[in-house]
Design a protein around this ligand. Structure first.
Ligand SMILES: Nc1ncnc2c1ncn2[C@@H]1O[C@H](COP(=O)(O)OP(=O)(O)O)[C@@H](O)[C@H]1O
Ligand SMILES: [Mg+2]
Length: 229
């Protein structure tokens, strides 16, 4: 079993979007879309109490993966022994203030601690804007590096119409910081935010030109995670 935790203390960078859509792409690679989700080998777990993932799951008529909203301690540590689950994605909340306080105090901090203790790898979404640099740095330095958890930074919400400047600045920042950066970039497409509002994941997108690009970004990210690129 491989467990990925998706985290960044900054809200709105795409934690929920990445966690849910990676789960969808992994699930569709393993089992035909439309298969019964109850015994899917892919699990999306959300430890976000105001979870948009929870909200999403309520709206999704048929998610192609198992979904679990985790709001008490002791559940995540049992995940690695769940029969039939091969890939786990954990969606986490953003938070303000001191990172270490967050991780050491309160239920949210203890759940995050449990998530990190079962994580094989962390996925850290970053948006191509200077505002997300500091929170990303704190997330990595305070939570991931001390625990020695391997991670990948993934640029999300890059709008190709804005040109390469912001993307390159973000890549430079990540490279200068010495962090592993995924070559796969998730572009900004309205279809993603519209889909979230409708409770859809990428594998539900209509078959048109833009959707195909939007889906391909997630397929490439999934592939990059599998081959370690
Ligand atoms: N690649 C993208 N393209 C378009 N909209 C996106 C993309 N990624 C995220 N969004 C939208 O941005 C908002 C914040 O994303 P979300 O995944 O909820 O972030 P987080 O979980 O980190 O707070 C949501 O409305 C979501 O639909
Ligand atoms: Mg979220």
């Amino acid at each position: 079993m491989t467990t990925y935790v998706v985290l960044n203390q900054k809200g709105g960078v795409g934690k929920t979007t990445l966690a849910a859509n990676l789960a969808a792409v992994f699930a569709s690679a393993i089992a035909p879309v439309g298969d019964d989700d109850t015994d899917s080998p892919v699990l999306l777990a959300s430890i976000d109490p105001q979870g948009s993932a929870v909200w999403w799951a309520e709206r999704a008529a048929e998610l192609p993966f198992r979904f679990s909203a985790v709001n008490q301690e002791g559940i995540l540590p049992r995940v690695p022994s769940l029969p039939g689950v091969e890939h786990v994605f954990i969606d986490t909340p953003g938070w303000i203030g001191d990172t270490q306080d967050y991780a050491s105090e309160g239920l949210a901090g203890r759940l995050l601690d449990e998530a990190l203790s079962i994580a094989d790898m962390a996925i850290v979404p970053i948006t191509p804007e200077a505002l997300s640099f500091d929170p990303t740095a704190r997330t990595i330095r305070d939570l991931l590096e001390p625990r020695g958890i391997p991670f990948k930074v993934v640029v999300n919400q890059w709008d190709p119409r804005d040109g390469d400047r912001d993307l390159n600045q973000t890549r430079d920042f990540v490279n200068r910081s010495g962090w592993p950066l995924s070559h796969a970039v998730i572009r900004r497409y309205k279809v993603h935010s519209h889909a979230a509002a409708k409770g859809q994941v990428v594998t539900d997108y209509p078959d048109n030109k833009v959707s195909v690009r939007a889906v391909r970004d997630f397929e490439q990210l999934a592939l990059a995670l599998k081959v370690g690129a």
